[in-house]
Design a protein around this ligand. Structure first.
Ligand code: BTN
Length: 263
C-alpha cells in the first residue's frame, strides 16, 4: 500500500480522483487537514485537524462490471467494521454504508466509481473515521469517536496500516463471484437494525411507517416488510431511518434535522 500524505487538501476523494491515472492500485491518499471534506447526499464531513482518519483508497479492478459495484461498498464497510472490532468496538453498517455504534455514527464512507463502458475503471473509496476527536461542532447526527467510546486515544498511524490491509483484503474478495457471495452474506449479518424487529422509517416528503429489514439485494436495494407483510424496495435516498418511538421520535437520517448531541 502506497501512502500519499498531503499536508492539506480540500478532499482526499477529489485529490485521488484527479490523480487516478498516476496512482498505483491500493494507493491511499491521506491528510490531517481536510478543508472541504465531502459526505453523502452533498453533505460536508467534519473532522478536527490531526485527530481522525480522513483518507481515500484508489481501487483498480480488472474486468469488474459496474452492475456489481455494491460489492465494493460492502467490502469497504466491512473493512471498517472489522478494524473497529479488532480495536474493541462493536459496530454495525447502517445501510448502505454508514458505520454506527449503537445509535451513533463513528465513520462515513463516500465511494465514487469511474465507469468505462460496462466496467468500473477505478473507484475511490473515501473514509472518514472518528478516532480521537471528542467534541463535534457540526450538525452531523449523533457523532461519536473511538476515543469517545473507549476513553483513551488511539494511534492513528497503526490504524491506517490496519485499515489499508483490510481494505485490500475485502475489496479483493469483491472482485470474484465467490468472494462477493461471502461479502454479501457477511454484510447482512452486520446490518444496523437488521435484528428482524420493526423500526420506524420515512419516505422523504412522504409518510412514516413501521417495517423490518427483510433483505438487502445483491445490487444493494433495501427490502422492507411492513406489519401486514407488504414488501417494498428502496434505493439509497429513497428511505430514511428514524429513531424509534421509544427514542422520542427524533430524526436521525443523514439529511435530517440533527437531534441534540448524545441522543
Ligand atoms: C458520509 O456522508 O457519511 C460520508 C463521509 C465521507 C468522508 C470521507 S473523509 C475522506 C474522504 N474525502 C472526502 O471528501 N470524503 C471522504
Amino acid at each position: 500500500m502506497e501512502l500519499i500524505k498531503l499536508e492539506e487538501t480540500a478532499s482526499t476523494n477529489t485529490y485521488a480522483s484527479a490523480h487516478a491515472s498516476e496512482l498505483a492500485p491500493w494507493s491511499v491518499v491521506i491528510t490531517d487537514c481536510q478543508t472541504g471534506g465531502r459526505g453523502q447526499r452533498g453533505n460536508s464531513w467534519e473532522s478536527e485537524e490531526g485527530k481522525n482518519l480522513t483518507l481515500s483508497m484508489i481501487i483498480k479492478p480488472e474486468g469488474f462490471r459496474a452492475r456489481d459495484q455494491f460489492a465494493i461498498s460492502e467490502a469497504v464497510a466491512l473493512a471498517v467494521v472489522d478494524l473497529l472490532y479488532d480495536n474493541g468496538i462493536d459496530a454495525r453498517v447502517k445501510w448502505p454504508n454508514d458505520i454506527y455504534v449503537g445509535d451513533r455514527k463513528i465513520a462515513g464512507i463516500l465511494i465514487e466509481h469511474s465507469v468505462l463502458g460496462m466496467d468500473i475503471s477505478h473507484s475511490v473509496a473515501g473514509i472518514g473515521l472518528n478516532v480521537n476527536q471528542t467534541e463535534f461542532l457540526s450538525d452531523a447526527p449523533n457523532p461519536v469517536s473511538m476515543a469517545g467510546l473507549k476513553g483513551r486515544e488511539f494511534d492513528r498511524a497503526t490504524l491506517v496500516k490496519e485499515l489499508g490491509e483490510r481494505l485490500e483484503h475485502y475489496c479483493g474478495l469483491a472482485f470474484e463471484p465467490v468472494g462477493r457471495d461471502y461479502l454479501h452474506s457477511f454484510f447482512k449479518t452486520l446490518l444496523w437494525r437488521g435484528d428482524g424487529k420493526f423500526h420506524t422509517f420515512k419516505i422523504p416528503d412522504g409518510p412514516r411507517f413501521e417495517a423490518k429489514i427483510a433483505e438487502v439485494e445483491e445490487g444493494g436495494m433495501l427490502v422492507l416488510e411492513e406489519r401486514d407483510g407488504n414488501r417494498s424496495k428502496y434505493a439509497f435516498k429513497e428511505i430514511i431511518f428514524e429513531l424509534d418511538a421509544k427514542d422520542e421520535g427524533q430524526e436521525e437520517g443523514n439529511d435530517n434535522i440533527a437531534p441534540p448531541k448524545g441522543v
